[in-house]
Design a protein around this ligand. Structure first.
Ligand code: 4AD
Ligand code: MG
Length: 476
C-alpha cells in the first residue's frame, strides 16, 4: 500500500508492508533515512540494513534524492518517532549530487533561500508556510461560502485606472519599437489589442460593487498588481487580495464582518495546521534569541494568535488617533520622522505601529478619515470633512485591511469624481449603479500576504509567497 508520510506516521495499523515516496532529508550511519514528502512537517524514518543493499545504491541516498521504499511499517524502537519502516526494497528515483545540491542539512539564511526559490519549498520552514497558505486560502472561501457570499471573478486586465490605488502595469500588444501614433504624437491606443489603453488591475473592488448590487454579498480573491517602486518588507508588486462587498451594509457592519472574518481565518489555521504553527513559533523564538531584549517579541507566535482571538479590536476614529499621536512621547520628543501637528495629516507606518504596538497593544480599527487622504468612492460623512473609511492595523504588520462604506448617492459621487479629476466617461458603468437601484453598501480588502506574515510570524513578505515579484525581481 502506497502511503504519504503524513498517512504513515498517523497509521493506525502497523506491521504491514507499505510503500512510501519522497525526498531524502538526511541519511545517518548508513542506516537511518529521514524521508520527507511535503505532506507534513514531520519526516518518516526508514531503517536500512546496509548488508542487504548494494553499496553503489546506498551511495546515491544523499540529501535531496527522490526515492521509493517498500517495507514493514513498525512501531519505532528509537526516540523521536512513533513508527518507522524496515526497508526491504529501495529505489533511487532521482539523484541529487552532494557536490552541488544547494540544500544541505544546515541552517540557510532566508536571503539565500530566496535565490533558490525553486528549491526552498523543500525546507521545513517553507513547507510549513506553503501548507498554511493553502489552508488559509481554504478558510477564506469557507468563511464566505458558509455565510452566503458568492465568489465573483473580477478581471485581471482592466481598462479603468480610476481606483487610484497605485501605479499600474501596462498590458499591450503594440510594437514597443514602433508604436502607432495619434496626430498629436501620443501613442494611439485605439490600435492596441482592446482598442484602448489597458493595465493589470490594482483591485477588484469596483467590479465587486457591481456584483454586490445584484447578488447582495460577494467576494473576490485574486491577484492584484502595483507598480510602486517600494522595496519594503511588506510590499509586493504582485499580491493576492480578498475583497468582500456587501449590499445594505454600513461602516459598522463592515468593521464587524472584517473582525469576525480575520478571527475565523486564524482559528481555522490553528485547527488545521497545529504542527506547522508550532514549528514556526519555535523557529521565531530561536531566531529572536540572538536579538537584544527590546527587539524580541513579548509573545510567542502561538500566544500572539490566541491574543488576537481573545480580544476585541480597538475601534477609534482618525480624529481620536490624531489626539493620541499628537500627545504621544515620540511626537513630543520629536522621535517620529513625520511629526503629527495638524488634523488631516496622513498616517505613516511609524504612527500606525505606535498605536498598535505601544499604545493599545492589540489590533486597531481606525475609521472616519479625512476625505482628502482617501479614495473617491468612500462615503462622505455628514461633517463634510471625513469619509466612512476604515483601516485595520495589526501588530508587527501595520495595515492589513483597508475598506469603507461606499458613496451610494449619485450627486455626491459625481462631485467626488470631479474633485479627483476622473472623467465621467471612464466610470459610466460605475455611476449607473448609483442611478439605478442604488443602496448603501460597504466592503474591504485584505492583503493575503500581510495576513500570511501575521499568521506565520515571518518578517518579510517575500517569504510567504512562493515566487515573489518585487522591483528588479521576476526570476522563477
Ligand atoms: O488599502 P488598499 O489599497 O485597498 C484597496 O485596494 C481597496 N480597493 C480595498 C477595498 O475596499 N475593497 O489595499 C488593501 C490591502 C491593504 O490593507 C494591504 O493589506 C494589502 O491590500 N496591500 C498590499 N499587500 C502587499 N503588497 C502591496 N504592495 C500591497 N498594497 C496593499
Ligand atoms: Mg490602504
Amino acid at each position: 500500500m502506497w502511503l504519504t508520510v503524513k498517512e504513515a506516521i498517523k497509521a493506525e495499523k502497523v506491521n504491514n508492508d507499505v510503500t512510501v515516496k519522497g525526498w531524502v532529508r538526511t541519511f545517518r550511519s548508513n542506516r537511518f533515512i529521514a524521508l520527507s514528502d511535503g505532506t507534513t512537517i514531520h519526516t518518516l524514518q526508514l531503517v536500512v540494513d546496509f548488508e542487504n543493499f548494494d553499496e553503489k545504491l546506498l551511495k546515491k541516498i544523499t540529501t535531496g534524492a527522490a526515492i521509493e521504499a517498500t517495507g514493514l511499517l513498525v512501531e519505532s524502537q528509537g526516540r523521536g518517532q512513533t513508527v518507522e519502516v524496515q526497508v526491504k526494497e529501495l529505489t533511487v528515483l532521482g539523484e541529487a549530487s552532494a557536490d552541488d545540491y544547494p540544500l544541505q542539512p544546515k541552517k540557510h539564511s532566508l536571503e539565500f533561500l530566496r535565490e533558490i526559490a525553486h528549491l526552498r519549498p523543500r525546507t521545513n520552514t517553507f513547507g510549513a508556510i506553503f501548507r498554511i497558505r493553502h489552508h488559509l486560502t481554504f478558510a477564506i472561501h469557507k468563511y464566505f461560502n458558509d455565510r452566503g457570499y458568492f465568489n465573483l471573478h473580477s478581471p485581471i486586465i482592466t481598462g479603468s485606472d480610476a481606483e487610484g490605488a497605485g501605479e499600474m502595469f501596462r498590458v499591450t500588444t503594440l510594437d514597443l519599437q514602433n508604436p502607432p501614433k495619434a496626430e498629436d504624437g501620443s501613442i494611439d491606443f485605439t490600435e492596441d489589442f482592446f482598442g484602448k489603453s489597458t493595465n493589470l488591475t490594482v483591485s477588484g473592488q469596483l467590479e465587486a460593487e457591481l456584483g454586490a448590487l445584484a447578488l447582495s454579498k460577494v467576494y473576490t480573491f485574486g491577484p492584484t498588481f502595483r507598480a510602486e517602486n517600494s522595496n519594503t518588507s511588506r510590499h509586493l508588486a504582485e499580491f493576492w487580495m480578498i475583497e468582500p462587498e456587501v449590499a445594505f451594509a454600513d461602516i459598522n457592519d463592515n468593521m464587524d464582518i472584517a473582525e469576525d472574518f480575520l478571527k475565523f481565518c486564524i482559528k481555522h489555521v490553528k485547527e488545521t495546521c497545529p504542527d506547522d504553527l508550532e514549528f514556526l513559533s519555535k523557529r521565531r523564538e530561536d531566531t529572536e534569541k540572538g536579538l537584544p531584549q527590546n527587539q524580541r517579541s513579548d509573545k510567542t507566535l502561538l500566544e500572539q494568535l490566541d491574543f488576537v482571538l481573545e480580544n476585541n479590536f480597538e475601534r477609534l476614529t482618525y480624529t481620536e488617533a490624531i489626539d493620541i499621536l499628537r500627545n504621544s512621547k515620540p511626537n513630543k520628543k520629536k522621535k517620529f520622522q513625520y511629526l503629527i501637528e495638524d488634523w488631516g495629516a496622513d498616517l505613516q507606518s511609524e504612527h500606525e505601529r505606535f498605536l498598535v504596538e505601544k499604545h493599545f497593544q492589540k489590533p486597531v480599527i481606525l475609521y472616519n478619515y479625512p476625505k482628502e487622504i482617501k479614495a473617491f468612492y468612500m462615503r462622505q460623512n455628514d461633517d463634510n470633512k471625513t469619509v466612512a473609511a476604515m483601516d485595520i492595523l495589526f501588530p508587527g504588520i501595520g495595515e492589513i485591511v483597508g475598506g469603507s462604506q461606499r458613496e451610494e448617492r449619485l450627486d455626491m459621487l459625481k462631485h467626488k469624481i470631479a474633485d479627483f479629476n476622473i472623467e465621467e466617461e471612464e466610470v459610466w458603468w460605475y455611476l449607473e449603479t448609483r442611478k439605478f437601484g442604488t443602496c448603501k453598501h460597504a466592503g474591504f480588502g485584505l492583503g493575503f500576504e500581510r495576513m500570511m506574515m501575521f499568521i506565520t510570524g515571518m518578517g518579510n513578505v517575500r517569504d510567504v509567497i512562493p515566487f515573489p515579484r518585487t522591483p528588479k525581481n521576476a526570476e522563477f
